[in-house]
Design a protein around this ligand. Structure first.
Ligand code: ZN
Length: 432
């Protein structure tokens, strides 16, 4: 029964019932009307073939078209086309279905290789409350140099998006090639991007919410909210708890939800995790931690959700040590500990993000060791220009921190990414 005629019928029967009810205060209850006296519902005019077809289209074709469109906005063209295949045969020639098919087929074939070095930007955990971060204590100046505020991060994303940037997976920088003898090597690849878009790799360093940040206006940890989304717990100056977007991960998640075309097939960023104070705000390093098991479980759950939603992890060293300076044995010990305590919860990774951006020798004993531990991507920090090298089984890429120092002292080095002057938070004090 069609909605409209159903409504008419309900109205009609309600009206009929009212007529048959006794008037209020009537002396004698009216006799129950005989069934025959209730007027029969009007004969339903049989829906026309056209109406039935329209109804079937509404129920089957439209939801699939909508879902395919959402996929296509994030460049999942093959998945969108596969979905269109599920549309029933009778609608195969539907104008909208044909148009969607043509559009996604054309767009999926229109990706072009990007032939410049791919930029890689990074942040540290974001400053939520500038009053606390810049309160003049011994950490204030460091935060002013190396950190970014929530407002700045949002402005940066808006500008990157407006300037044509697109988040990609770092693994798009190379392809694995196997020769006739069965040896596998890495070869530089030019990432395929939609025409006119500029690929960009994003990472976030530490994400431990270290003890030293306590009382300084940073988020406390990452967690899953009631919808299963990754959010932050932030405790404000008055001790009030807030769950929301207070660090890069949930902020990017929300931004990509609103702008799916900012992410190539769901790619978001890399979390460069240390281990000496646990990770993601959970002290899983501490055997005395009374909630150790629950915290480990929380890290597993948050990490799993992050990975499901386009994030990945890198080793940033267990102890955030100077990789180039420490002894070979110290590097082995540090790496083993990272694997035992962090990779065991967040999963293995092939990305190594140097603490302090301090790179090791290529080639060298330490590089050979880290490669033997499965690391293939090595990220330092760029001085002036983005830099990517693929060689001897590794990819080396430098990164640029969009922080107070870069935006204040070297805005020209990132002028192709953002207009630093318009991003800088006016609440920052002068750099000392
Ligand atoms: Zn770091």
């Amino acid at each position: 029964m069609k909605k409209k005629s159903m409504k008419q019928w309900i109205l009609f029967t309600a009206l009929a019932a009212m007529i048959s009810l006794p008037a209020c205060g009537a002396e004698e209850p009216a006799a129950e009307p005989a069934a025959a006296e209730v007027p029969a519902p009007p004969e339903e005019p049989a829906p026309t073939e056209e109406e039935l077809t329209a109804l079937r289209r509404e129920e089957t074709v439209e939801p699939l078209l909508a879902e395919a469109e959402t996929l296509a906005r994030g460049y999942f063209y093959e998945e969108a086309l596969a979905l269109l295949q599920e549309i029933p045969e009778e609608f195969a020639q539907d104008e909208q279905v044909l148009a969607a098919n043509a559009e996604y087929t054309e767009k999926s074939a229109s990706f072009v290789p990007y032939d410049q070095p791919v930029r890689h930007i990074f942040f540290h955990s974001l400053i939520v409350d500038t009053d606390l971060a810049f309160d003049g204590d011994y950490m204030s100046n460091g935060y002013n140099y190396w950190m970014t505020t929530v407002e700045e991060c949002r402005a940066i994303l808006e500008q990157l998006y407006a300037n044509g940037y697109l988040l990609i997976d770092i693994h798009d920088l190379c392809t694995e090639v196997t020769d006739e003898a069965g040896n596998t090597t890495l070869q530089a690849a030019q990432p395929l991007v939609p025409e006119g878009r500029i690929p960009l790799v994003l990472s976030v360093d530490d994400v431990s919410y270290y003890d030293y940040m306590e009382q300084d206006g940073f988020s406390k940890r990452l967690l899953l909210d009631e919808n299963g989304d990754v959010k932050n717990l932030y405790i404000d100056q008055n001790g009030e708890e807030h769950i929301g977007d207070y660090d890069v991960m949930p902020i990017v998640d929300t931004f990509v939800r609103e702008h799916p075309d900012f992410s190539l097939r769901g790619a978001k960023g890399i979390i460069a995790a240390t281990g000496y104070e646990g990770t993601l705000g959970y002290r899983v390093n501490d055997p005395e931690n009374p909630s150790l098991e629950a915290d480990k479980e929380a890290v597993r759950a948050v990490a799993a959700r992050l990975k499901e939603t386009g994030w990945s992890f890198a080793s940033h060293g267990y102890g955030h040590r100077h990789t180039a300076e420490i002894s070979y044995n110290s590097l082995v010990e540090d790496t083993t500990r990272w694997k035992d305590e962090i990779a065991s919860l967040v999963g293995d990774t092939d990305v190594y993000i140097y603490p302090y951006g301090e790179e090791i020798d290529y080639p060298g004993q330490k590089l050979t060791y880290l490669q033997s531990e499965g690391f293939r991507f090595f990220c330092g920090v760029w001085a002036s220009q983005p830099f990517v090298v693929v060689k001897d089984g590794y990819v080396r890429q430098t990164r640029c921190n969009l922080d107070g120092y870069t935006m204040t002292m070297r805005p020209e080095s990132v002028s192709d990414l953002i207009d630093a002057a318009s991003v800088l938070d006016p609440r920052r004090p002068a750099l000392e």
